[in-house]
Design a protein around this ligand. Structure first.
Ligand SMILES: C[S@@+](CC[C@H](N)C(=O)[O-])C[C@H]1O[C@@H](n2cnc3c(N)ncnc32)[C@H](O)[C@@H]1O
Length: 392
């Protein structure tokens, strides 16, 4: 049998799991201050921006992983880890993986998806030749929540009007463990709760029947900011909340998932796709998120394979690699324009532009802004974080 480490990303390993699912010893405590100091010192060397980790709840993810890494290395504190980094060039790749914030959820920033479906995508699809292909890239796709949202939106919200258009969706992420989960396609119910209820019921196996009626998210769904179930798939009130923004701390989504599926650190109702430190609890520890194990979803609804048609997951580091394109829509949300250093943001933006068709759309995170740019981009939908590539 191959060594367990082969199956684990650095994040998972440092998060304290092995393939047998045995948690390592007690977590070594790294304080928020230590974490912040380390990020301030190390982020520029990784071409990251420490201010992207400005919220302590975001840093919490990194802090926990650091604790486990220190423990694994037998180091007493963050200062010792820094000394280790000074002399061990290979450790930087581990730190890089520890710094990836992996929180995501379906239909995140509902108004963005509503605008895409209702206003922005129909003209793009209309302009395609008969039998044409609608090409999408989700960069930094986590466990597939974002690209799957697009696939569901396309099949249920657009394809009825454009039956001859095919979807080709490429989803990339730097973390192989997340991609394995994405390919498996099973999710904690909490990460689905912003998805319009009818779409959730149609696209996911296991969201019907008794399991669903006892679902602890049922109550949240009917009382949350999106208002009552809406068979048209549109959301009610705006969801401007984002894990990176102040709206989150206001508790728009209430407190932590009452089912306990999510860890306490995730009070926004978002799904931390990679931090196995209790977020996924036993499901993760038993390895059920591994790519090959689709036998037991532990009551996690799994996406119907029909919504996987045309969807490909691929490991790529956005800092150094990009697919060729051209794409009609690129989603690059809550990754480059939050965590990358400003010069790298500019570089990435310029390269993203070359991957879009003229008039193509770029979606960024709800609390992100594009780095300084000229007339190459225009806003596509008022204040929403959607931009159109101009032909200049
Ligand atoms: C905060 S999540 C955002 C997920 C999704 N785009 C969303 O907005 O819900 C950021 C994702 O970007 C990935 N990521 C971070 N750095 C990356 C890099 N250099 N290249 C590719 N993916 C990266 C992380 O692994 C993580 O899955």
């Amino acid at each position: 049998m191959p060594h367990p480490a082969r199956f684990c990303s650095a994040v998972e390993w440092a998060a304290g799991l092995d393939v047998g699912g045995i948690h390592r010893e007690k977590l070594h405590a790294v304080t928020d201050r230590e974490c912040l100091d380390l990020l301030q010192w190390a982020a520029p060397r990784l071409r990251l921006r420490w201010a992207g980790f400005r919220r302590s709840s975001i840093r919490g993810q990194v802090r926990k992983r650091l604790g486990r890494r220190l423990q694994a290395l037998g180091l007493p504190d963050a200062a010792a880890y820094r000394a280790r980094l000074e002399v061990d060039a290979d450790e930087w790749a581990v730190l890089d993986a520890l710094c990836r914030v992996t929180i995501s959820r379906f239909y995140r920033d509902a108004h963005v998806f509503d605008a895409l479906r209702d206003v922005l995508l129909p003209p793009l699809l209309e302009a395609l030749p008969p039998g044409g292909t609608f090409r999408v890239w989700s960069a930094g796709c986590a466990s597939g929540e974002e690209p799957s949202t697009v696939a569901i939106l396309f099949r249920l919200g657009l394809q009825p009007r454009f039956p001859h258009v095919r979807l080709e969706l490429l989803a990339t992420d730097a973390d192989e463990a997340l991609l394995a989960r994405a390919r498996r396609g099973c999710y904690p119910r909490g990460s689905l709760r912003e998805l319009p209820p009818e779409w959730r019921a149609r696209a996911f196996l296991g969201t019907h029947g008794p399991a669903d009626s006892s679902d602890t998210h049922g109550a949240a769904d009917s009382s949350d900011t999106h208002g009552p179930a809406d068979s048209s798939g549109t959301h009610g009130a705006a969801d401007s909340s984002d894990t990176h923004g102040p709206a989150d701390s206001s508790g728009t989504h209430g407190t932590a998932d009452p089912s306990g599926t999510h860890g306490a650190a995730d009070a926004s109702g978002t799904h931390d796709a990679a931090d196995s430190s209790g977020i996924h609890g036993a499901a993760d520890a038993s390895g059920t998120h591994g790519a090959a194990d689709a036998s037991d979803s532990d009551d996690e609804p799994c996406i119907d394979s029909a919504y996987r048609e045309g969807v490909t997951f691929l490991r790529q580091d956005l800092r150094t690699e990009m697919p060729d394109g051209p794409f009609h829509l690129v989603l690059c949300r809550n990754v480059a324009f939050t965590y990358f250093a400003p010069p790298l943001q500019l570089e990435v933006l310029a390269r993203l532009r070359t991957r879009l068709v003229p008039g193509g759309l770029l979606a960024i995170g709800g609390h992100e802004s594009l780095p300084e740019h000229g007339a190459e981009w225009t806003r596509a939908a008022g204040a929403l974080p959607l931009f159109r590539k101009t032909s200049s």
